[in-house]
Design a protein. Sequence first.
Lengths: 376, 376
Amino acid sequence: MTNTAANIQCTVPVELGERSYAIDIGRNLIEHAGTMISEFAPGTKCAIVTDTNVNAAHGDSLRASLSGAGLEYHTIEVAAGEASKSSETLGIVVDKLLALRLERSDLVLAFGGGVVGDLAGFAAAITRRGMRFFQIPTSLLAQVDSSVGGKTGINSTLGKNLIGAFHQPSRVLIDVDVLKTLPEREFRAGYAEVAKYGLIKYPDFFDWLEQSHTQIFAHESALVDAIAKSCRAKAEIVAADETEAGQRALLNLGHTFGHALEGYTGYDGARLIHGEGVAIGMMMAHEFSNRMNLCAIDDVDRLRHHLKTVGLPTSIGDIPGDKPNVETLMGFIAQDKKVKRGALTFILTNGIGKAYIADDVPASEVSSFLKDHLSK
Amino acid sequence: MTNTAANIQCTVPVELGERSYAIDIGRNLIEHAGTMISEFAPGTKCAIVTDTNVNAAHGDSLRASLSGAGLEYHTIEVAAGEASKSSETLGIVVDKLLALRLERSDLVLAFGGGVVGDLAGFAAAITRRGMRFFQIPTSLLAQVDSSVGGKTGINSTLGKNLIGAFHQPSRVLIDVDVLKTLPEREFRAGYAEVAKYGLIKYPDFFDWLEQSHTQIFAHESALVDAIAKSCRAKAEIVAADETEAGQRALLNLGHTFGHALEGYTGYDGARLIHGEGVAIGMMMAHEFSNRMNLCAIDDVDRLRHHLKTVGLPTSIGDIPGDKPNVETLMGFIAQDKKVKRGALTFILTNGIGKAYIADDVPASEVSSFLKDHLSK
C-alpha cells in the first residue's frame, strides 16, 4: 500500500464553524479510503450508499479498502438515476440504516454521483436526527458541486430538491481517477458546473479554462487543478452564507432555467442531464442579461463559443424531442425555490465573472424572452 | 381586544446562538396569536398544522386571530394520535405545504400536542430545506417538553422518533388556558414531565411540586409557574447541549424504560400514553438505581408517593392488559437511540434532583431488574 498522504494532492477547507470539514482531492484515493476513515473515526461502522453503476465499477475497491482497515461495512445499493431521489427510495435507505442498528456516530458513505450524494446525505440527516457522513463523489458534477455545501434532499412531484435539509458531511474524498470510467457525456455535463464558477466571480479562472480545457478533458493534472479551484470557489461562497440567505444564491446561476428544462423533459436523462440543463441555463441567463442591457454581446458570444467547443448544448433547441411551450416553462420557474414573495429572483450578470442576484425580475420579461428564445 | 403584552405572564429565552428564540407563556394567548405573529413576520402566510381534536376545540379561535391581524392562512388537519407520526402523514403534510407554494420564510404553525409538534416541526425542517415555524403547544406535555429544544420527527416501524431532525422553532406561544379543555388523563401525563425536571437537577422544584400540586391541577397561577420553571429547566439543559452530545441526555430520565413500555403496548393510548410511560420509567430508574446502591430507598418511596398522589402509574403492573416479557422489553431497550457502541446508556440517579448519565450499564443487570419488577 502506498502512502495515503502522497495520494492527496490538495486539501480544501470548508469553513463552517463547528460544522467545518475538509475536502481531500487526489489520485487513487478510494484504495486509501479505509485508512482515512479509520484515522477520522476509529472502529466506526460504515454504510456504503451507492448505485448499481458505481457499485459495479468501484464498489469492490472501496470494500477492500474498508476491510483492509478493519472496518465493518454494509452496502445499500439503489438504482442509478434521478428516479432514486424519491421518498420511496429514501424510506428504504433510512429503514436499512435503522435495521442495521447504526448509531449517530457511525458513518454513512455517500458513494456515487449527485443523486447518491443528495439521497444518502438526506438519509443521514434524518436518521436518528442526524448521522455522520462522508461524501465520496464519483462524478465530476458531484465532485465540484453537490459534495460541497451540505445541501441534501430528494425530489417532490411538485419539483426538484423541494424536500431536504442542510447537513454537512464530516469529510469529502475526491478521487479524480474514478472519473476515467465516467461516460464522456457525464464528464462534459459536470464541466458546465466547473465553468459556472468562472462565470460567477472568477473571470481569471474562466480565461484559464478556455486555455486548459483540452488538458482537463484528457484527465491531465489540470483536472485536479480545475476541481480544486471549483471546490475552493464553492467553499468560499458557502462559508459566507451556509443556508442560502444571500450570496449563496449566486451558485444558482443557470439553475432556474436549467431546472425548468429538466422539469419539462420529466428528468429524462436520455434527453437532458443536469449539467446540460445548467449549460443551457447559463447561456440563457447571459442572453437574458444582454437583452436587459446588463451584459455585453461579446461576453454572450464568448460563453457560447466555449460551451460549444467542449461539446455542451447552448439552447433549448439542442434538446432532442418536442420543444416546451412558454407557459409550461413559466410554471416550473414559478415553482422553483428561488421565488420570494411572488417576485421572480434570477441570477443575472454584467459579464463573465460578474454575476449578481436580481430579486425583482418581472415575470413578463422572462416570458417574452422565452418566447423569442423558443422561436429561434 | 385586550393588550397582548398583558396576557404574557412570562417569557423564557432559549439561548442557542443564531437559533435562539423565546417562549411566551400566558393566558388567552391564542386570541392574540395573530398580532404576535404579525409583529414577528409582517405579511407572512401561515400553514396551521393541527389535529382533529385541537382544530375542533380551538381552530376557529386561532383562525379568527390570524384573520384579525390580516394574515393569510391555510389549515392542514391530521388525525389525532401517535399514528400520525408516520412517513405517510409526513408526506401528506409536506406535499400540502409545497402545493400551497409556501416559501422558506413563511410560517408553519404547529398547533397541537406533542404529535403535531413533532410532525409539523419535521415537515417544516425538510420542506424547501427548512421553513420557519412557531410552536403553539396545546397539551401540558408539549408545553413543558416537546416545544422546547427543537427535536422534531416521526416514528419508524423499528422504533419511536428514529427519523427526524433538530429544527428550532422561531417562537413558542404557550396558552395555559387551552389546558382547561385537555382531558384530565393527558394533563396528569404531562405533569410527569414537569416532575422530571425536579428529579433531574432541581430538588427545590420537586419540593415545591409536592406542596403545590393541588393548585397546579386546579389550573391556578401555580400552573403558569410550573410550566415556566419546566421550560427554563429544559432551555438551560438544551442550551448547554443542542444536539444531545452530552448533558441533554439527562432529559431522557425515565424515557428508555418508558419508550420500551410504549413499544410493547404498540403505542396503544388506551393502555399507556407517553407521560404515563415516563412516570413508570422514572420510577423504574429510581428503583434500579437503588438496586445498584446508588439511590436511597427513602427517595424511591418519596417519588412513588408523589406520583401516586397525583394519580400517575408507578409500575408495569399498573398498565392494563398482558404484561410484557423481559426479552421483549430488552429488545426495545436495545433499539432505543440512547445506545452507544453496544453498551447500554441509562439515566440513573443518586437521589431526587441528582440524576446522571451512566454509559456502561450492563445489560444483564437491567434484564434481571426487569425480571424482578415484572414478578411483583
